[in-house]
Write a protein that binds this ligand. Structure first.
Ligand SMILES: C[S@@+](CC[C@H](N)C(=O)[O-])C[C@H]1O[C@@H](n2cnc3c(N)ncnc32)[C@H](O)[C@@H]1O
Length: 408
């Protein structure tokens, strides 16, 4: 287990006051990302861009949104055809960050699928107020007449939507538990506050596995039939358990009467996630494009992210009536939606605009690069409120362009 120590700022030390000096890792991760005044996202200092803390696919330019728009337009059209009396369908984005993806998606929908715009409403669900402010600023530049609002999960659950919901790089920001192996046992990693020569430090400690965590591990591993912990581990092996996914999936399912959910994120199958060779899990911290495994370093000033375990996501989705449509790596999804044609079309740029063409080409290649963003997973679900489980959902509703063979 990582035993490095890190200086603890006063605002964070205050969170340890009523906890006997130790908190579980999941609570630490939630505080350093989302504490209303000092969390990395709630402070609104995060910069998602090439020159910022980290890049995401939408921050590389608008080609990502323009390819994704094709899939979203197809799903929205299916829902409108299926429900002809419907006056509007909803496009929901969870955790929109700086709002780039939505801005580019709406611009693309307006130019390529204008017939959808009068039938569309847009809803953003974001837990950090300062990110909401940034999203409002970004979307105020949109020159399209379209209803846009921000809602909490609770508000959305009171009037569930028919539509399409997207969660791009949100699940990797949900707080995880860290588990470590030592002397034949798995234990829960905690963070303790220690005082040394008038300086406060953070240090890893141990906590027993509580009932919620144990029940989640048992349910997911029994259902998906994988060994946890895997055999043959060496002392010091650590990993993550996605304790927050259950609540997130419940909230999402409660928000939707009928429609599609697309999760795009770092994800691995359980057998790779929990391989004995993956000795320190997937958790990582970022700032200024620099990554470190030391997630106690500079709390509140860095992003912390962990991959999703696909089986855990599938288990809770099934439990909450989100039917898996399918999943592929981003590279394959974008090729199926026409990325190769976009690259070919760059030939028609004039010499004067060569640098723009080269920049777009580089961004397009990064989106499918298997060592980088191309490894992301696109995972789609469908929920049909009216459907009782004995009746199969029509193939037409489930068919999705991003899962098809790439276009030549
Ligand atoms: C890594 S950023 C991704 C931003 C954006 N989707 C992108 O790809 O550029 C995570 C975003 O999700 C928000 N967030 C974190 N937890 C959330 C939750 N449970 N529900 C909704 N948004 C959340 C953060 O405040 C932040 O805006």
């Amino acid at each position: 287990m990582d035993s490095r120590t890190a200086i603890c700022p006063t605002w964070l030390a205050n969170h340890f006051q009523n906890s006997g000096g130790s908190i579980p890792f999941s609570k630490y991760m939630n505080i350093v990302l989302n504490d209303p005044e000092n969390g990395f996202y709630s402070k609104g200092k995060v910069s998602i861009s090439k020159g910022g803390d980290f890049v995401t696919s939408p921050s590389l330019g608008n080609d990502f949104a323009s390819l994704l728009a094709k899939q979203l337009a197809s799903w929205l059209t299916k829902l409108l055809t299926q429900n002809p009396s419907l006056s509007r369908v909803s496009l929901v984005e969870f955790g929109a960050g700086e709002g780039d993806l939505l801005l580019d998606l709406l611009t693309e929908l307006d130019s390529t699928y204008p017939e959808l715009i009068p039938k569309l409403e847009v809803i953003l669900v974001e837990i950090n107020q300062s990110m909401i402010e940034r999203q409002k600023n970004k979307l105020s530049t949109l020159a399209i007449e379209i209803p846009i609002c921000w809602k909490s999960y609770e508000q959305l659950a009171k009037s569930p939507i028919i539509g399409v919901a997207v969660a791009h790089e949100v699940l990797d920001a949900l707080p995880v538990e860290r588990l470590a192996y030592s002397k034949g046992d798995i234990f829960r990693m905690a963070i303790s506050l220690v005082n040394d020569s008038n300086t406060q430090y953070l240090r890893y400690s141990k906590m027993p596995i509580n009932d919620d965590l144990l029940s989640s591990i048992n349910q997911v591993t029994n259902d998906s039939k994988f060994d946890f912990p895997p055999p043959g581990l060496e002392d010091g092996w650590s990993t993550e358990w996605h304790i927050s996914i259950e609540e997130w999936v419940q909230q999402v399912s409660a928000s939707i009467d009928s429609g599609y959910v697309l999760v795009i994120d770092y994800a691995l199958e359980a057998k790779r996630y929990y391989a004995k060779s993956r000795k320190t899990g997937t958790i990582i911290s970022y700032r200024n494009q620099l990554a470190t495994h030391d997630v106690l370093y500079q709390p509140g000033l860095r992003d912390i992210t962990a991959h999703i375990c696909l089986e855990t996501l599938y288990f809770y989705s099934k439990k909450n009536r989100l039917n898996l449509i399918g999943q592929v790596k981003q590279g394959q999804a974008l090729l199926a939606l026409g990325l190769a044609q976009k690259i070919q079309s760059l030939r028609f740029y004039s010499n004067k605009n060569l640098s723009i063409a080269l920049e777009r080409r580089e961004a397009l290649l990064r989106l499918v690069d298997p060592t980088c963003l191309g490894e992301f997973r696109w995972i789609a679900f469908f929920k049909d409120f009216n459907n009782n489980s004995s009746k199969p959902i029509s193939e037409k509703l489930l068919s999705s362009e991003f899962l098809e063979e790439p276009i030549d």
